[in-house]
Design a protein around this ligand. Structure first.
Ligand code: TGC
Ligand code: FAD
Length: 397
C-alpha cells in the first residue's frame, strides 16, 4: 500500500479527509445549514452577544423551521426525518456560528419536540408538533430547579390531582427559550413518580422571567419558570412517560447533538487561529512559523478531527439504533472538554485580539463554559462512565 501523496491534496481544514464519510445528501444538509449560519447569524451574533440578547429569536425560529432544522431527525408532523448524522452536521454548523443558536435548536427539537413525539398522545402531537417544526411555536424543557440540577431525582415541583385536573406548583431554573416559549414541557413529581406536562405559556399562574447578567450563552434566552398553582386539564400530562427515565431519555438525544455542536465551536476557533497564525507577524515572520505555535495548531487539529470522527461514529450508532447512553456520555465528556481546550489555545494564538469580540474565539470559549455544565456536567458524565466501567454507582458517595 502506498500513501496517495501525489493525487490527494492535504486540506488543512480537513486533514483526515473526513468529508469522505459524508454522502451527497449529508453534504447538502451541511451546506444548507452552513449557508444559513453565514447569512443569518454570523454577521450579527457578536452584536447580539455584546447586548446579551437574541432579539430576532422568533424570526430565526421560523427560518430554522423553513430549512427543516427543528425536530430534524423526527418523523411525521412536518419534521424532516433526517438521519442522526445529518442532525449532527446541522448542530456542528450552527454552533460554529454560536452555541446559543445550536441551543435554540437543541431545546426545540431534541428536548421539547422529542418529549412530545416520544411520550405524547396523538392529540398532543397534532396540537403542538407541526407548529413547532415550522418554528411558529417555540418550546422549552423544564427539568432543572434552583436546588436540584445534577440530581433531578430530588425535584420539588409537584403536580397534584384536583378532580380530573392537575395543579402544578414549583420553580424551574436556567431554562433555555423559557421566556419566548409558547409551550413548556415541565417535569414534576406526582404520586406515581416524575411525569411530564405540557404547559401553555398563557396558563394562569405560569410565568417565565428571563435570567440576566450571564457571561456565557449571551445570545440565548435563559429563564426561570414559575408555576404558581397552574391548573391544567387531565390531557396535559404526557401519557407515555412515568419516572425519571422519561426526561433522561430526552437528554440522550440533546447530548448527542452537543457532541457534534461543540466541535463546531472548536472548528471556528481553530480556523480563526490558523488564519491569524499565517498572517500575524512578530520577530519578522508569521507567528505560525514558530515551533511553539505549530505545536499548538497541530494539537488543536488532532483533537478537533478526532472529536468529529467520534461524533460521526456515535451518529452511525444512533442511526443503527445501537447507541447507548454511556456512549453519549463518552462523546459529550470528551468533545466539550476538548472543544473548550481548543478555544482557549486559539485565544492564546490571537494574543490581545483573542479577547476581542472582533474575533469569535473568546465568545466560543465563554459559551462552552455553559455547554460544559448543561446537559450533564463533566463530573456527571465521568460518573456515568465510571459506573459503566466498574459496575459501582458513585453518584451518592
Ligand atoms: P438513575 O437511578 O440512574 O436513573 C433513573 C431512571 O432513569 C433511567 N436513566 C436513563 N434513561 C435513559 N437515558 C439515560 N441517559 C438515563 N439515565 C438514567 C434509569 O435507567 C432509571 O430508569 P428506571 O426505569 O430504572 O427507573 O438516576 P439517578 O437519580 O441516580 O441519576 C443519574 C444521573 C446523575 C446520571 C442523572 O440524574 C443525570 O443525568 N443528571 C444530570 C442532569 C442533567 O443532565 N440535566 C440537564 C437538564 S436539560 C439541559 O441542561 C438543557 S441545556 C440546553 C441545551 O441543550 O442547549
Ligand atoms: P450542581 O448540580 O449544583 O453542580 C455543581 C457542581 O457540583 C458541578 O461541578 C457538579 O458536577 C458537581 N457535583 C454535583 N453532584 C456531584 C457528585 N455526585 N459528584 C461529583 N460532583 C458533583 N436545565 C434544564 O432543565 N433545561 C434547560 O433548558 C437548561 N438550559 C440551560 C442553559 C444554560 C445557559 C445553563 C448554564 C444551564 C441550563 N440548564 C437547563 C441547567 C443545567 O442542566 C444545570 O445547570 C446542570 O444540570 C447542573 O446543575 P447545577 O447548575 O444545579 O449544578
Amino acid at each position: 500500500m502506498s500513501a496517495a501523496k501525489a493525487t490527494v491534496p492535504f486540506d488543512p481544514r480537513d486533514p483526515l479527509g473526513l468529508d469522505d464519510l459524508l454522502d451527497p445528501e449529508d453534504r447538502a444538509v451541511r451546506d444548507t445549514v452552513r449557508t444559513f449560519a453565514a447569512e443569518r447569524v454570523l454577521p450579527y451574533v457578536a452584536d447580539w452577544y455584546e447586548r446579551g440578547e437574541l432579539p430576532v429569536i422568533r424570526e430565526l425560529a421560523r427560518e430554522l423551521g423553513a430549512i427543516g432544522a427543528l425536530g430534524m431527525s423526527l418523523t411525521g408532523y412536518g419534521c424532516a426525518g433526517a438521519s442522526a448524522v445529518q442532525y449532527g452536521l446541522a448542530c456542528l454548523e450552527l454552533e460554529a456560528a454560536d452555541s446559543g443558536i445550536r441551543s435554540l435548536v437543541s431545546v426545540q427539537g431534541s428536548l421539547a419536540m422529542y418529549a412530545i413525539h416520544r411520550y405524547g398522545s396523538p392529540e398532543q402531537k397534532e396540537q403542538w408538533l407541526p407548529r413547532m417544526a415550522a418554528g411558529e411555536v417555540i418550546g422549552c424543557f423544564g427539568l432543572t430547579e434552583p436546588d436540584h440540577g445534577s440530581d433531578p431525582a430530588g425535584m420539588r415541583t409537584r403536580a397534584v390531582r384536583d378532580g380530573s385536573d392537575w395543579v402544578l406548583t414549583g420553580r424551574k431554573m436556567w431554562i433555555t427559550n423559557g421566556s419566548v416559549a409558547g409551550v413548556a414541557v415541565v417535569w414534576a413529581r406526582t404520586e406515581d413518580g416524575v411525569r411530564g406536562f405540557l404547559v401553555p405559556a398563557d396558563a394562569p399562574g405560569f410565568s417565565a422571567p428571563e435570567i440576566r447578567h450571564k457571561w456565557s450563552l449571551r445570545a440565548s434566552v435563559t429563564s426561570e419558570l414559575v408555576l404558581d398553582g397552574v391548573r391544567l386539564p387531565a390531557d396535559a400530562a404526557l401519557p407515555g412517560a412515568t419516572g425519571l427515565g422519561g426526561p433522561l431519555s430526552c437528554l440522550n438525544h440533546a447530548r448527542y447533538g452537543i457532541v457534534w455542536g461543540a466541535m463546531g465551536a472548536a472548528r471556528a476557533s481553530f480556523e480563526a487561529a490558523l488564519d491569524y497564525a499565517t498572517s500575524r507577524e512578530q520577530f519578522g515572520r508569521p507567528i505560525g512559523g514558530f515551533q511553539l505555535t505549530q505545536a499548538k495548531l497541530a494539537d488543536m487539529a488532532v483533537e478537533l478531527h478526532k472529536g468529529i470522527l467520534l461524533a460521526h461514529h456515535l451518529g452511525r450508532r444512533m442511526d443503527a439504533g445501537t447507541l447507548r447512553p454511556e456512549q453519549v456520555s463518552f462523546g459529550k465528556l470528551n468533545n466539550v472538554r476538548e472543544a473548550i481546550g481548543i478555544c482557549r489555545t486559539a485565544r492564546t494564538i490571537l494574543g490581545a485580539n483573542g479577547i476581542s469580540l472582533e474575533y469569535p474565539v473568546m465568545r466560543h470559549a465563554t459559551n462552552l463554559e455553559s455547554v460544559l455544565t448543561y446537559e450533564g456536567t463533566v463530573e456527571m458524565h465521568q460518573l456515568v462512565l465510571g459506573k459503566a466501567l466498574t459496575g459501582l454507582d458513585a453518584f451518592r458517595g
